[in-house]
Design a binder for this molecule. Structure first.
Ligand code: PEP
Ligand code: MG
Length: 885
């Protein structure tokens, strides 16, 4: 049995359908569907993606029966269009275009006007009664075929064209006469002979080579790179669409255009697009002539609505039919040939985040979509662009350097070159931009005070990038174009720009741009359509979405963004404040219990006050507070100056500080004396923190605030560890309650962030009322790679064909998903629904991971405040796709 390699369409019939995009590619499937919808589409056929796969599996050869089917396809076109391929009287010309499953704009090849040669061009001139048009088409064909199929240097042709215009004193191509174009064709042919790339006169040979060139372009360097960036598998292949040419360049009653059924920038329900009279598609894209608007406006340019009212009406019908049919905004290409409309392409149009939200909501109002469908229409990650202020798109910008788009959003501030200055200037009410070679944990407060952060070094997973994203602070990291000199407090770019301390700088964190001066920003609206969409989201989702937050600022932001509690308050972050760090350091350096207790007593009021704030902001909602987690030496000073200041603060010698710091050093601190191990070896730390949490809860409760404190033990690897720490927590609670004569409910649970904890989840669950999966540590400890290292070696590995987890890839793809699924099953086997299961690592804000957590049966996810709306939307999308019973 022979395979079907070719699917025809035309005249209101088609062998394919919209849902056959895997086989026919996006363009082929939609060309078929447009026929079925009854739209005017030039007849054609699609060579399937399977031929592309065959071509590459078989040494770049075609299936034996392919050309037979192609010939039948051409016959099909001839019958419908009433023209004949390679005919000397009324020749059929075709376009040969690529079309993969997903659009890869500009990545693959196209040949237009195929079928022209020295004889058919004369026939075309005669049949069209337009010699100029025929030779214009011919010279375009020779250029394109030589470039795309034969690999000739296109510049040779362009120069020849430009030179002729210059010699004749013409400004634009349309001034070239028929005789000029004839001469140009001769010159083009001479170039072909000179460089040994002569195009074949036989139209069938042209067709075969044209199809081969499109398949060949699937493996072009730029297509491969594009696929890599966009995660498109190489074995999908492309289809090839062969379609009768219709000519927008056949006179002033002809035109070509591109349009959207709604405004792709704002989402407004109005016909949006551009057209050019007497032109072919590439003229619109190339931007040589200024296109005119589709609908009447005040631009002063003549709209299609005015110049061709009949065709405009037809296009309005098309727009309505397609929107009703696809229930989505369409991006369309059309050609008008002697006053007749032909549709060449339609697809779901790309749109900005704001447009996506507006269209989704309005389409529900219009009865086109259900709420569930509307929710699926907005990309969860796309929302990110809506949550941060943007640089005013209308403002002038002088981009002086670019780096990685590490944290989205726009920021404008005065340059400062260290974290202390950032804090100081900010406390004086200034807006600052923190500029560092790279950042470290000590810079946190400065980063928090800054509008934005620029670093010369570091990748998308560097400290600056991760922390900035967590804070919602825009950041451009790893810019190779800049040199930072701390001494002179200057940033110099390779292009010669210099930024001094105090100079205004702007960044666009979503594009990775560093811009001179203060560019005006426009802020986002949380109300209106966005508010409506998010209301539906909350009705539909089943996962609770909480936030990772410990500062009042973040907690407030989280609530504004709809967080349903705090899933992780990292208490150690509360000690980085300059007014507290010295007491923290004193506690760490103490060489006995008494010393530690004395220092802890100083820290207790700070912690308590922080928790009071959090409970108040989260009135009525759960707040999970984690006991101190990181290795203690992370808090210690490094510079001589800081060491001396600390020694003075605690009344000890510099030598003492240095010796104790040295003694605390560990071979591998990330896996050393940290997490619950601190609470086990120094129970007094746990006692202080428990006291701070519960006395804050009692105080708030007395004041009428509804509190749900949850105390969390980090980095556990066994039930025994939880039991030891829980005993300290419970004993401290009981003595506090006895002292105050009041009680407050609290729960105790643990982080699951080591593979061992996941494997022993059934046992650990016995001692816990909740689990929070710490996917940051779990990913790193499962893969055996730190976050930063993963980022650095990622590309190296991928280049060698090894799939290595991106720390921001969905956990489902990491293999970490296996551990998580297993741990969830184990925890549920022990406790059923009596244990609350949440996720609070970065994956808690990652849409793909959220879908996975939803399917696993988690109760909640928690993420940084700025990702809360994204997580809510992703949770609702997961609930629509995978309903829980
Ligand atoms: C985690 O490990 O995922 C986690 C939330 O803890 P941290 O990021 O503070 O280590
Ligand atoms: Mg952790």
């Amino acid at each position: 049995m022979s395979n079907k390699w070719v699917y025809t369409f035309g005249n209101g019939a088609a062998e394919g359908r919209a849902d056959m995009r895997n086989l026919l590619g996006g363009k082929g499937a939609n060309l078929a569907e447009m026929n079925l919808v009854g739209l005017p589409v030039p007849a054609g056929f699609t060579v399937t993606t399977e031929v592309c796969t065959y071509y590459y599996d078989n040494n770049q050869t075609y299936p034996a029966d392919l050309m037979e089917q192609v010939e039948a396809g051409i016959k099909h076109i001839e019958n419908i269009m009433g023209k004949k391929f390679a005919d000397m009287d009324n020749p059929l010309l075709v376009s040969v275009r690529s079309g993969a499953r997903v659009s890869m704009p500009g990545m693959m090849d196209t040949v237009l006007n195929l079928g022209l040669n020295d004889e058919t061009v004369k026939a075309l001139a005669k049949s069209s009664n337009n010699e100029r048009f025929a030779y214009d088409s011919y010279r375009r064909f020779i250029m394109m075929f030589s470039d795309v199929v034969l690999g000739a240097d296109i510049d040779l042709f362009e120069h020849t064209l430009e030179k002729m215009k210059e010699d004749k004193g013409y400004k634009v191509d349309t001034e070239l006469t028929a005789d000029d174009l004839k001469e140009l064709v001769e010159q083009f042919k001479e170039i072909g002979v000179k460089i040994g790339k002569v195009f074949p006169q036989d139209p069938w040979e042209q067709l075969k080579l044209g199809i081969g060139a499109v398949f060949g372009s699937w493996m072009s360097k730029k297509a491969i790179t594009y696929r890599k960036i966009n995660n498109i598998p190489g074995d999908w292949g492309t289809a090839v669409n062969v379609q009768a040419m219709v000519f927008g360049n056949s006179g002033d009653d002809s035109a070509t255009g591109v349009c959207f059924s709604r405004d792709p920038a704002t989402g407004e329900n109005k016909y949006y697009g551009e057209y050019l009279i007497n032109a072919q598609g590439e003229d619109v894209v190339a931007g040589i002539r200024t296109p005119q608007p589709m609908s009447k406006d005040d631009s002063g340019r003549v709209s299609l609505e005015e110049s061709m009212p009949e065709v405009y009406k037809d296009l309005c019908d098309v727009r309505e039919k397609l929107e009703k049919h696809y229930k989505d905004m369409q991006d369309m290409e059309f050609t008008i040939e002697h006053g007749k409309l032909w549709m060449l392409q339609c697809r779901n149009g790309k749109r900005t985040a704001a447009a996506a939200v507006r269209m989704a909501v309005e389409m529900v109002d219009e009865g086109l979509l259900t709420k569930e469908e509307a929710i699926l229409r907005v990309g969860a990650d796309q929302l990110n662009h809506l949550l941060h202020p943007m640089l005013d798109p209308k403002a002038d910008k002088k981009v002086i350097a670019t780096g990685l788009p590490a944290s989205p959003g726009a920021a404008v501030g005065q340059a400062v070159f260290n974290a202390e200055d950032a804090e100081k200037w900010a406390s004086e009410g200034k807006k600052v931009m923190l500029i560092r070679v790279e950042t470290s944990p000590e810079d946190i407060a400065g980063m928090n005070a800054a509008q934005g952060v620029i670093t010369a070094r570091g990748g998308m997973t560097s400290h600056a990038a991760v922390v900035a994203r967590g804070m919602g602070t825009p950041c451009v990291s790893g810019s190779p174009d800049i040199k930072i000199d701390y001494e002179s407090k200057t940033l110099k770019t390779t292009s010669g720009a210099v930024i001094h301390e105090g100079d205004w700088v702007s960044i666009d964190g979503a594009r990775g741009e560093i811009i001179e001066g203060a560019v005006p920003t426009v802020s986002v609206e949380m109300t209106g359509n966005f508010g409506t969409l998010m209301k539906w989201v909350d009705e539909i989702k089943t996962l609770t979405v909480k936030a990772n937050a410990e500062t009042p600022k973040d907690a407030k932001q989280a609530r504004e963004f709809g967080a349903e509690g705090i899933g992780l308050a990292r208490t150690e972050h509360m000690f980085f404040d300059p007014s507290r760090i010295q007491d923290m350091r004193e506690m760490i350096l103490a060489d006995d219990v008494e010393g530690r207790r004395a220092a802890l007593a100083k820290l207790l009021p700070y912690q308590k006050a922080d928790f009071v704030e959090l409970f108040k902001i989260m009135d009525g909602l759960p707040v999970t507070i984690r006991l101190i987690d990181p290795p203690l030496h992370e808090f210690l000073p490094h510079t001589e100056e800081d060491i001396a200041a600390l020694a003075a603060h605690i009344g000890k010698s510099v030598e003492f500080v240095k010796q104790r710091s040295e003694a605390l050093k560990e071979q591998n601190p990330m896996l050393g004396h940290r997490g619950c191990r601190l609470a086990i070896t120094y129970p007094e730390i746990c006692e202080m923190q428990t006291r701070a949490i519960l006395s804050a809860a009692l105080e708030c409760k007395n004041a009428g605030v509804i509190v749900h404190p949850e105390i969390e033990v980090p980095l556990v690897g066994s039930k025994k560890e939880v039991d030891i720490v829980k005993a300290v927590i419970d004993a401290t609670a009981e003595s506090l309650f006895a002292e105050t004569g009041a009680r407050v409910d609290y729960t105790v649970g643990s982080m699951i962030e080591l593979p061992r904890a996941a494997l022993l989840a059934n046992e650990i669950a016995e001692s816990c009322e909740f689990f929070e999966f710490g996917t940051n540590d779990l990913t790193q400890t499962t893969l055996g790679m730190s976050r930063d290292d993963t980022g650095k070696i990622l590309d190296e590995y991928r280049a060698r064909g090894v799939y290595v987890a991106d720390p921001f890839a969905s956990v489902d793809q990491l293999g970490v998903g296996l551990l998580i699924k297993d741990a969830v099953a184990k925890a549920r086997a022990t406790k059923g629904d009596k244990i609350h299961l949440g996720v609070c690592g970065e994956h808690g804000g990652d849409p793909d991971s959220i879908e996975f957590f939803h399917k696993c049966g988690f109760n909640s996810v928690s993420c940084s405040p700025f990702r809360v709306p994204i997580a809510r939307l992703a949770a609702a999308q997961a609930a629509v796709k995978f309903p829980r019973n």
